[in-house]
Design a protein around this ligand. Structure first.
Ligand SMILES: [Zn+2]
Ligand SMILES: [Zn+2]
Length: 207
């Protein structure tokens, strides 16, 4: 198998809020760290080789420091990986092949612009999505069926978690403060196979 050593990482800059792409080669990065310098002059951090892994040490969109370890395999073989903050689940950017990263920047930003104007309450929707992201990162969203594969469908005023395997679905309202508050008390979302349920009926609060 031929391994292409050309990779790219794209991160949203906390200073200018623009997503900045940084191409790099796996060969050069093993000798010296890649400094992630934005076009605006802000230094976001670095990506460097750390024993058998690669360490990403950057400032996230809201200025929090985020440190992630990527395995060698992950970096070499995954065509595209989303990078999320380990602190708040916020999406920071992408890493992968230069083509895939480029495409993700183009389609990703276009989607966001198209969608955010359609939300009943963009602020609430953002909070709800961030909370769901957080739960997903901690593996706290799952379906109890044989081959769980939970995806997310976003509408103007609600979010649906859908298991692609069994069709189980959870509907989460995402337009009022009450919706936001309700979800903030949820510590885990476990979907029952093949049934549609509403969040408020059965999700267990933290306490
Ligand atoms: Zn910048
Ligand atoms: Zn399922």
């Amino acid at each position: 198998m031929i391994v292409n050593s050309e990779r790219a990482i794209a991160l949203t800059c906390p200073a200018c809020q623009v997503i900045q792409e940084h191409p790099f080669s796996l060969f050069t990065i093993s000798r010296q760290p890649l400094q992630l310098l934005c076009r605006c002059g802000f230094s976001q951090g670095h990506l460097r080789k750390l024993k058998r892994n690669y360490e990403l040490d950057v400032l996230g969109v809201d200025g929090d420091r985020v440190r992630l370890l990527l395995s060698r395999n992950e970096l070499i073989r995954t065509p595209l990986r989303n990078i999320f903050s380990t602190k708040n689940g916020q999406e920071l950017g992408y890493i992968g092949s230069p083509e895939a990263v480029q495409e993700a920047i183009v389609t990703g930003s276009r989607d966001f612009v198209a969608e955010s104007g359609d939300f009943a309450n963009p602020q609430i929707m953002r909070e709800i999505l961030a909370m769901l992201q957080d739960l997903a990162e901690q593996h706290k969203i799952r379906c109890e069926c044989e081959h769980p594969s939970v995806g997310i469908d976003i509408y103007a005023d609600k979010v649906e978690l859908v298991c692609a395997f069994c069709g189980s679905m959870v509907v989460i309202g995402a337009s009022t403060h009450k919706h936001q508050e309700r979800l903030s008390r949820v510590s885990e979302i476990i979907m029952e196979p093949c049934t549609a349920q509403y969040l408020e009926e059965w999700l267990k609060p933290l306490t």
